[in-house]
Design a protein. Structure first.
Length: 255
């Protein structure tokens, strides 16, 4: 796991405060695809438990795995006995206890691509469901987005994580659906988008930026300089494009 993937722990409380949660529509989408009640689930890279709560509060027995101790400690503040927590990276998770659902919320891109799907299949029972969901948080107003890009430019060229397999942004099927379609372990690959357009304050927008790995990689003084410049160019409130792209697939029963 990369150093950048483990950079979030220092901002665990900010991550919990500023990152948006997940809507009930997402749970309904996954449940409908599964076609049966989901009783057991494994979450990969659970962070502070934004998605953990969505599934755990709806009767799913969730095992939330997270490699960062600080993030896991924050998660434990917000969940009950319906959630079991494990401090481990995806690559270190024990197989042999298959789940009905394995999911990753804005975390799959931090996993090692080598053997990713065979390991994922080993964590699922035959016919079990894999789900990945997330997406970048962008400014809706192009003029404000350009002003922020210019303010950020001396410190960062971009704050987004590129597609892990190089899939162009305009392609119909996005990553990880592209990889799932090529995998011998999975079938019935689907992609859906849940629209999300929150309006937040300028301060909360900068708070949100403070949880993004590109900024966390900057030296603290440089990071604060970037945030100060960004605050000077954004209005009091900003509208965010926070659409959730959902990928679903089913583990092949014959494997």
């Amino acid at each position: 796991m990369s150093r950048r993937a483990l950079s979030f722990g220092a901002m665990a409380e900010a991550y919990e405060r500023f990152r948006p949660g997940y809507p009930a529509e997402l749970f309904d989408l996954v449940s409908t695809y599964a076609g049966r009640p989901i009783r057991t689930a494994l979450e990969i890279g659970a962070g502070t438990g934004k998605a953990t709560r969505l599934f755990g509060h709806r009767g799913v027995a969730v095992t939330a795995s997270e490699p960062d101790a600080a993030m896991l400690a924050e998660l434990r503040k917000h969940v009950g006995t319906e959630v079991r927590t494990v401090q481990a990276a995806f690559e270190d998770l024990r197989t042999g206890e298959p789940y009905e659902l394995v999911y990753a919320a804005a975390a799959l891109h931090w996993t090692n691509p080598e053997g990713r799907w065979s390991r994922m299949a080993a964590l699922l029972e035959p016919g079990g469901v894999f789900a990945s969901f997330g997406g970048p948080l962008r400014l809706a107003d192009p003029a404000v987005a350009e002003a922020v890009r210019a303010a950020r430019a001396p410190f960062l060229a971009t704050d987004e994580v590129p597609s892990p397999d190089g899939t162009p942004p305009g392609q119909d099927m996005q990553w990880p659906g592209t990889e799932l379609q090529r995998s011998e372990w999975f079938a019935d690959v689907r992609q859906a988008v849940i629209t999300r357009r929150p309006t937040i304050s300028a301060r909360d927008y900068v708070g949100l930026l403070s949880t993004i790995s590109a900024y966390l990689e900057l030296p603290p003084v440089t990071r604060e300089q970037a945030f100060s410049r960004i605050l000077r160019v954004v209005p009091e409130t900003v509208r965010i494009i926070g659409d959730i792209t959902v990928h679903l697939a089913r583990r092949r029963s014959e494997r």
